[in-house]
Design a protein around this ligand. Structure first.
Ligand code: WT7
Length: 635
């Protein structure tokens, strides 16, 4: 029997050792016992990080949708697969059972076929968080088309770049989307994007907001009438293990976005196995990840991982602040959510609003809390732990990336003792290492450096679409024979990992390496501070000095800024040392963020360096308006 479900720490260590000593035997057992294969593999793993090339389960044949849907029908046909919670809390939630999902995915797959979509074709999906988004991705997988989901908050330019990079023939979208009290004209954005996308032949439009949109003759078609006429039976295309499943774009530090390519078998095995263990998912749990399916978190842990386990996965269309800041907790109570997975930025935003919004709700169904996307600062961790988990639900601070496909470093809840701001231990099968700048591995505990992975895992992205050289340069050229994550990390005295932030955020002050995350943690401990970001700027004597951008909570209004500056620096001095004190502290109304909530330090760095001639494209930011304000008040 394979160890599909880890139950205690000793078992974790035992299974971890097995997975590292004998990865092929380990993953073969997991794959053999828990998935549906049309044909088994000839080899478990072939790899070479120098080429680079990674192949898992070569020779195997399968379809991931048979694993996500068909095989559950006999035992879970009437169980809710997708629980759709609409933007407006007065509208009914929709429970889509596995039986219904089966029929809807097949209908959609047949519509795609009628539109001429074939195995290997790229399909762009630009749809808000409505059931059609999940169904469209699964429909592509059903017929072997490669989906490229573009987050439906991206601009027309960003959409066009992505459509053209992977030569999508067809775009799936909706007439519009809801976002709290606002509506967004998605179809208008698609029309604008397609002015520069000659390759797109057809556009399928789901109806969501019933707006009056123009349909381009011969190109645009309403989706629903086509679905109504389509058969709800569609044979699953038999895919090879290494056939691409999807492309998902992620921004690099330079250049155009990178289309990360994930393939079928390894991605399936790893996302399913991590989902089961990292969330300790049990049969009757209701699992909710608040991410958008437009990000890897949504692909792996709203769609594929949960459905592969026959889980009930919540899809939320709205925003945490609508109709008010208690919406998340309202949903947790209403659907009796057991696992709740969100981002530190959301936690900080909600914490800023105060506990009144939490206290109105019964959160006793919660068993596991998750955090992902950026380092979670100590204050946010405690707020989450105390007010949401009530000290009873372990927080899994899960570190991973678009490129890794699945969770890489994380506590296993109820198994791994947690430690605030630490992602703790590598997941089963993951072999992290810490490197110094000269390319030497730092062995033993209590070391800090750059985080690499030494050995392939099943869901590693196989290439960058159309640019294998860039894949090699970005991930496999910095350190020989290792996957370089771009993150800094430290390993503490017991072997726990803490992610210290992107290494391009490391600032060297008077010869000392300072990670931005711990400094930000210290600042955020100040009761008046809501959020902060640190960047470096050139300094005559120190080489670099620190510039802090600090957003205050409402309570900070009317406070004397000079006193606050002194207090903040005192805190930093207390927590890290005088070396980490900030030279400049600018109080801002907001910090520029990507749509996924990451603070755009690149922009802040330019402002701190007084080099604002080329800030790059800020139109895809969540809040581009704050940039001007920060520039106007720069120190
Ligand atoms: C980068 C990857 C993976 C899903 C969402 C982000 C940072 C992610 C953590 C964490 C500290 C984290 C890293 C990583 N990151 N999770 N738990 N603690 N940092 O995917 O957009 O590809 O970003 O997010 O810097 O490299 P992504």
């Amino acid at each position: 029997m394979s160890n599909y479900h880890i139950k205690h720490l000793e078992e974790y260590y035992q299974v971890y050792r097995k997975s590292v000593r004998n990865p092929e035997i380990f993953w073969e057992e997991i794959a053999e016992e828990h998935f549906l294969w049309r044909k088994k593999w000839d080899t478990v793993l072939e790899w070479d990080f120098a080429t680079p090339e990674v192949k898992w389960f070569q020779g195997a044949q399968l379809n991931i949708t048979e694993n996500c849907i068909d095989r559950h029908l006999a035992t879970r046909g009437d169980k809710t697969a997708i629980l759709f919670e609409p933007n407006n809390p007065d509208d009914d939630a929709e429970h889509i059972t596995y039986n219904q999902l089966y029929r809807r995915v097949n209908q959609f797959a047949n519509v795609l076929k009628e539109q001429g979509v074939k195995k290997g074709d790229r399909v762009c999906i630009y749809v808000p968080m409505i059931p059609e988004l999940a169904i469209a991705t699964l429909a592509c997988a059903r017929i072997g088309a490669i989906h490229s989901v573009v987050f439906a908050g991206f601009s027309a330019t960003a959409l066009a770049t992505r459509i053209n990079d992977s030569d999508c023939k067809i775009v799936i979208t909706s007439d519009g989307s809801y976002r709290g009290a606002k509506t967004i004209d998605l179809k208008g954005i698609v029309d604008e994007a397609l002015e520069s996308c000659d390759g797109v032949e057809s556009v399928l439009v789901a109806k969501r907001i019933n707006s009056d949109i123009t349909m381009k003759e011969g190109r645009d078609k309403w989706l629903q009438p086509l679905l109504d006429e389509a058969s709800n039976q569609c044979k699953a295309e038999v895919m090879n293990a290494e056939d691409p499943l999807f492309i998902l774009y992620t921004s690099g530090s330079t250049g155009k976005p990178k289309g990360m390519v994930h393939t079928t078998a390894g991605y399936m095995v790893y996302t399913a196995y991590t989902f089961k263990n990292a969330f300790q998912y049990r049969e009757n749990d209701v699992y909710w990840c608040t991410a958008d399916i437009g990000w890897i978190t949504g692909h792996s842990y709203i769609v594929y991982g949960p459905l592969c386990n026959g889980a009930t996965t919540v899809m939320f269309e709205g925003v945490p602040s609508y109709p008010d800041y208690s919406r998340f907790w309202d949903i947790v109570e209403k659907h009796k959510v057991s696992q709740f997975y969100t981002a530190p930025t959301a936690i900080r935003a909600l914490a800023k609003q105060g506990v009144e919004f939490v206290e109105k709700h019964d959160l006793s169904s919660l068993k596991v809390l998750g955090s992902v996307g950026e380092p979670i600062n100590e204050e946010a961790w405690h707020w989450y732990n105390d007010n949401i988990g009530k000290g009873k639900s372990p927080i899994i601070d899960s570190w991973w990336q678009t490129e890794t496909g699945g969770i890489m470093i994380t506590p296993i809840p109820y198994v791994t003792p947690t430690k605030p701001t630490y992602a703790t231990l590598p997941f089963i099968g993951i072999q992290p290492c810490i490197m110094d700048e000269d390319g030497q591995e730092l062995k033993g505990n209590q070391v800090e450096g750059r985080l690499c992975i030494k050995f392939p895992w099943p869901s590693i992205a196989r290439t960058i679409w159309g640019n294998h050289q860039r894949y090699k340069d970005t991930y496999f050229s910095t350190y020989e024979n290792k996957y370089f994550t771009g993150d800094g990390a430290l390993r503490d005295e017991v072997g726990y990992y803490r992610i210290t932030g992107r290494v391009d955020d490391v600032i060297i002050v008077s010869g000392h390496n300072l990670g931005t995350a711990p400094i930000e943690d210290a600042i955020n401990e100040h009761p008046a501070v809501a959020e902060s970001a640190i960047v470096g700027f050139p300094h005559d004597i120190k080489g670099s000095a620190l510039y802090g951008y600090v957003t205050l909570k409402d309570s900070g209004e009317g406070r004397n800024h000079d006193n606050l500056r002194i207090e903040i620096n005192q805190l930093i001095s207390d927590r890290i040392g005088p070396i980490a004190k900030l030279n400049k502290i600018q109080f801002t109304e907001g910090l520029p963020k990507t749509r996924s909530g990451k603070i755009m330090r690149r922009i802040l760095r330019k402002i701190a360096e007084k080099d604002t001639s080329n800030l790059g494209d800020i139109s895809t930011l969540l809040n581009p308006e704050c940039v001007q304000d920060i520039m106007d008040n720069a120190l």
